[in-house]
Ligand binder design. Structure first.
Ligand SMILES: C[S@@+](CC[C@H](N)C(=O)[O-])C[C@H]1O[C@@H](n2cnc3c(N)ncnc32)[C@H](O)[C@@H]1O
Length: 225
């Protein structure tokens, strides 16, 4: 998010980048942005932390809280805690690229739907006693922000992966089918034929994938920005 947004926003910036994985944080720091839209300095600090336990005090003074592809990994309670922290700190929040559970492949195959359903069930799995929200997460966040009095804007943000993005489409395909089979091992035999067929289409530039995502911007009450 820092690499995308920092060069689009004017003024000097200091980004505090959180994750619970120190290795990823090191990569984020090393590849962080250096300059804002108007050439002012951008600095990056990393903090290893459990995001769902961040509170209002951690966010106080921030101009923006932002994350991508994160909410689906939270439970409803965790989403509500993060929302409360943002609203308590009166900090605008931008949560991008939350999966919505709908995928369209062109050309279509009947098996697409089965994979999609198993993938969504995988996303809504129990993980260490936690019921993950998966494709229900961005709506849960939007509703929690609305209940807390924030102004909420939700917009579609689909991935559109065609021939020019075939390497990314291939990565996505492996992960999508892999998670579906992990969730429903009965699919393994059919996926054994489906996946190589889809891989070949993808490599030939003949597969177009649209993966529905949503971005949610929340502007809490009392914020002066
Ligand atoms: C799906 S990745 C998205 C990464 C990146 N934002 C992107 O869009 O490519 C989710 C990231 O959130 C981190 N993460 C997931 N749950 C977390 C939690 N509860 N606390 C801290 N970090 C978490 C993971 O380590 C991972 O880096």
């Amino acid at each position: 998010m820092a690499r995308w947004l920092a060069p689009l926003l004017p003024g000097p910036q200091h980004w505090v980048v959180y994750d619970h994985d120190p290795g990823l944080l090191e990569r984020a720091r090393a590849a962080g942005p250096r300059a804002s839209a108007d050439g002012r300095p951008v600095t990056v600090e990393t903090r290893t932390a459990e995001l769902a336990s961040l509170g209002e005090a951690d966010l106080r003074g921030a101009d923006l809280v932002t994350a991508s592809a994160l909410l689906d990994l939270f439970t409803r309670g965790e989403v509500e805690r993060v929302v409360a922290a943002c609203v308590g700190a009166r900090c605008p929040a931008l949560f991008t690229l939350s999966v919505k559970g709908r995928v369209a492949l062109t050309p279509q195959e009947p098996m697409d739907r089965e994979i999609q359903e198993a993938f969504n069930a995988h996303q809504r799995r129990m993980a260490g006693g936690r019921a993950l929200l998966g494709p229900d997460a961005s709506q849960a966040a939007a509703e929690a922000f609305t209940r807390a009095g924030a102004r909420v804007l939700a917009r579609p943000s689909p991935w559109r992966l065609g021939a020019e993005r075939r390497a990314l489409a291939a990565e996505w395909l492996e992960g999508w089918v892999g998670a579906a089979v992990e969730r429903n091992p009965d699919l393994a035999a059919k996926a054994g034929a489906y996946l190589p067929r889809r891989r070949a289409e993808c490599a030939a530039g003949g597969l177009y994938v649209e993966v529905e995502h949503e971005d949610v911007l929340a502007l809490p009450p009392g914020g002066d920005r």
